[in-house]
Each structure stands twice: as structure tokens, then as C-alpha cells.
Design a binder for this molecule. Structure first.
Ligand SMILES: Cc1cc2nc3c(=O)[nH]c(=O)nc-3n(C[C@H](O)[C@H](O)[C@H](O)COP(=O)(O)O)c2cc1C
Length: 225
């Protein structure tokens, strides 16, 4: 059983990667082989609309045909039983790098064909247990008001449709700087952020661990079939 964890934050020691590390521990507790990938180590674009994956009798088999630096990651995702993507929220969406990767992963799995019942035809693919973990400044009580469940949830829905399973986790009100006194910031007072760091973030980390464990258990069931 293979699992990959993709850090879509440019920062390699902050909130998103901490959540991914915990999810990784959860998956490892079920004995899976794991790898964490930092997406900002790669320079790549999103889908280039070449449509090689939709050419009649296409031989791409669900893998993006573009051969650039992200190709090894796409190949690892193709082999994985579990894919967990972590992203900070940037202006209401996942980071650009995450969006680029998601386009490259999902578009080749999708087709422009409908079956006799009008349902979307997917490229045959083994079921993959997937999750998206978002971290953000936004406090939980504001999430609905700023429409985040809809804006951020859509990618998860598409991952669920094309891979077979997806969960989305939101870690709100994250601690953004290691030293708040160095920055011009009164919108997010340090005391409030510290409170969230000490009270809520440990709960989020535990939830990330449980999420990883859950995905591994589901993947083990699929592997045993
Ligand atoms: C460019 C930029 C845009 C951001 N936009 C938002 C936003 O729209 N909503 C939000 O809640 N937080 C926003 N944030 C805060 C980050 O999402 C939050 O601090 C996140 O936990 C950072 O993840 P990291 O610590 O792994 O880098 C933004 C941060 C940056 C740098």
C-alpha cells in the first residue's frame, strides 16, 4: 500500500506540512509506505489544454502526457492507493501550485463522454483514497459567510468523483508567523492566534492523524479485495 502526501505550501515547516506529517503518521500506523512531496520544489504549469488525454484511442491511460518536472510526482500519484494534498488558503482558493497539480492529475482521468444514462464516463482507475487538508487564517465561525465550504469543497468533490473517495479537512485560525512582533498585523491579534494554536491546533493535528488512519483502513480493504 502506497501513500503520498503533497505539501502545497511554499513553507516547509508550518501549518500545512505539520497537518500532513500527522496524517502521514496515521497512515503509517496501518503499515503503508509513505512519501511527502513539497510541491514548491517543482516548477510546472497547470493543464496546457493539449487534449492528448482525450484523443481517440488515447494511450495516456489517465496520466498527463506533458513531460515536465512534475511528471515523477504524477507517476507516483498514479501508483498511489492514498493521496493527501495539503494547501494553505490563498485568496479563497488552494495555492496556485496545488491548482496546477490538480488540473494535471484530474483532467486525464476525466472524459468528455457520457454513458447511455447520461452519466460522465471516467477513465478506468483503481479506487484511490484521497483527502484535502486546508489551513487558513479564517476562523471556523466565518467559513460559511465567506463561502469557503463551496469554494474549497469543489476540488474535493471532483477528487471524490474521479478517484472514488475524498475527505476535506479545514484547519482554521492558524498561527501564521513564528514571531508576530516582527510584522505589521493588527487584524489577527497574536493573543487570539496563540489561543487557537494552543487549544485548537492540537485537535486539528489529532484529527489529521485519525483521517490518515481512516484512509489507510479504507485502502487496506480495497487492496484485500
Ligand atoms: C498570499 C496569501 C494569501 C492568503 N489568503 C488567505 C485567505 O484568503 N483566507 C485565509 O483564511 N487565509 C489566507 N492566508 C493565510 C494562510 O492560508 C494561512 O496562514 C495558512 O495556514 C498558511 O499555511 P502554512 O503555514 O502552511 O504556510 C493567506 C496567506 C498568504 C501568504
Amino acid at each position: 500500500m502506497k501513500a503520498i502526501f503533497i505539501n502545497g505550501s511554499p513553507r516547509k515547516k508550518f501549518n500545512t506540512v505539520k497537518m500532513l506529517e500527522k496524517a502521514k503518521e496515521g497512515v503509517q500506523s496501518a503499515g503503508a509506505e509513505t512519501e511527502l512531496i513539497n510541491l514548491f520544489d517543482y516548477e510546472f504549469t497547470g493543464c496546457r489544454s493539449c487534449f492528448a488525454c482525450k484523443v481517440k484511442n488515447s494511450k495516456t491511460n489517465g496520466v498527463c502526457a506533458v513531460r515536465d518536472s512534475i511528471r515523477p510526482v504524477i507517476e507516483k500519484a498514479q501508483e498511489a492507493d492514498i493521496i493527501v494534498i495539503g494547501s494553505p488558503v490563498y485568496f479563497g482558493y488552494p495555492t496556485g501550485q496545488v491548482r496546477n497539480l490538480v488540473e494535471r492529475l484530474l483532467f486525464p482521468l476525466d472524459t468528455y463522454l457520457v454513458d447511455e444514462n447520461g452519466g460522465r464516463v471516467k477513465v478506468p482507475h483503481k479506487p484511490v483514497q484521497t483527502a484535502l487538508i486546508y489551513t487558513m487564517n479564517c476562523p471556523e465561525w466565518l467559513m460559511e459567510k465567506v463561502n469557503y465550504p463551496t469554494l474549497l469543497g469543489f476540488t474535493g468533490e471532483e477528487m471524490g468523483r474521479l478517484y472514488g473517495y475524498n475527505e476535506v479537512y479545514y484547519a482554521c485560525d492558524t498561527y501564521q508567523f513564528s514571531d508576530y512582533s516582527k510584522y505589521d498585523v493588527n487584524m489577527f491579534p497574536e493573543e487570539k492566534k496563540r489561543e487557537s494554536l494552543e487549544k485548537q491546533f492540537p485537535i486539528d493535528l489529532q484529527n489529521a492523524y485519525e483521517l490518515g488512519k481512516r484512509l489507510a483502513e479504507k485502502a487496506a480493504e480495497v487492496c484485500a479485495e
